[in-house]
Design a binder for this molecule. Sequence first.
Ligand code: AHG
Ligand code: MN
Ligand code: MN
Length: 335
Amino acid sequence: MTQRISLTRYLVEQQRLEGHIPPELRLLIEVVARACKRISQAVNKGALGDVMGSAESENVQGEIQKKLDIIANEVLIEANEWGGHLAAMASEEMDSIYAVPNRYPQGEYLLMFDPLDGSSNIDVNVSIGTIFSVLKKPEGAQSVEESDFLQPGTSQVAAGYCVYGPQTTLVLTVGDGVAMFTLDREQGSFVLTEENVTIPEDTQEFAINMSNMRHWDEPVKRYIDECLQGKEGPRGKNFNMRWIASMVADVHRILCRGGVFLYPWDKREPEKAGKLRLMYEANPMSWLIEQAGGASTNGRQRILDLQPTKLHERVSVVLGSKNEVERVTGYHCGL
Ligand code: AHG
Ligand code: MN
Ligand code: MN
């Protein structure tokens, strides 16, 4: 029988062999995974668990919150605040940072999350997920400030997501490739099911919300138009389109079989850099994609190099199979 490797064992072995997961970071990842199991249970209950529908409140970004956005946020905070591994947390659903209360020991890590990604899909039983990113608190200061979080994506020490779909799958990087773990619901543990995930450099599949086409910038219009011309056009091959409207599920598909995902800046709200959030969505996903051999830019620059200026900063995103991302980026840079 092939041996099953649990998330716990994977992390212990990574810590022992590679030496790049300190014990506190291992604890942190396990706690996040445990929280994701609880969120997965809530998601699975659906209409039987009073988790559907709107909470009728608004988050700092002016979006109406779903009940599950709030439940997932609370689960992540409760699970992580007492273990001594964190200094503070920040979430898409909270206005400002959440410092670990004084009654608990303070750790050296900062945790950021999009507790529930794909909120518009909750009530229609389509894949949704949790995205997370871990930074180290800058050395020196006693207290923790919002500015401590404003580090570029290259400073992340762990990142991942958990997708709640037909299976619940946790996807993780600590800077040594990408590993996938499937939740064994009977055992209640995540089991390693894919290691060294690699994205093919070429693809014939793109993901974009086509209903925004009239608002796009020229380079995005040109790229998609060329894809749509298929075999008869300049690309000389047909393209397929997928758009799940849960970034977590679209990125998961790309990690599994390649593809390119775009959520570009558009003219609907020109003052915003994009729809997706740099700290909770773009940075962790960009690191995973790069660790799997793909690329990720904002159309012009590598996302992981961007210096954040505020916690809830938004960004334009082009990520996935390397050659397609380079093509879209080239179109923006006038190449
Ligand atoms: P969230 O549910 O966390 O607010 O994120 C939703 C995001 C992302 O997951 C998805 O790719 C995109 O919004 C979908 O946007 P459209 O509704 O414009 O397609
Ligand atoms: Mn999201
Ligand atoms: Mn969200």
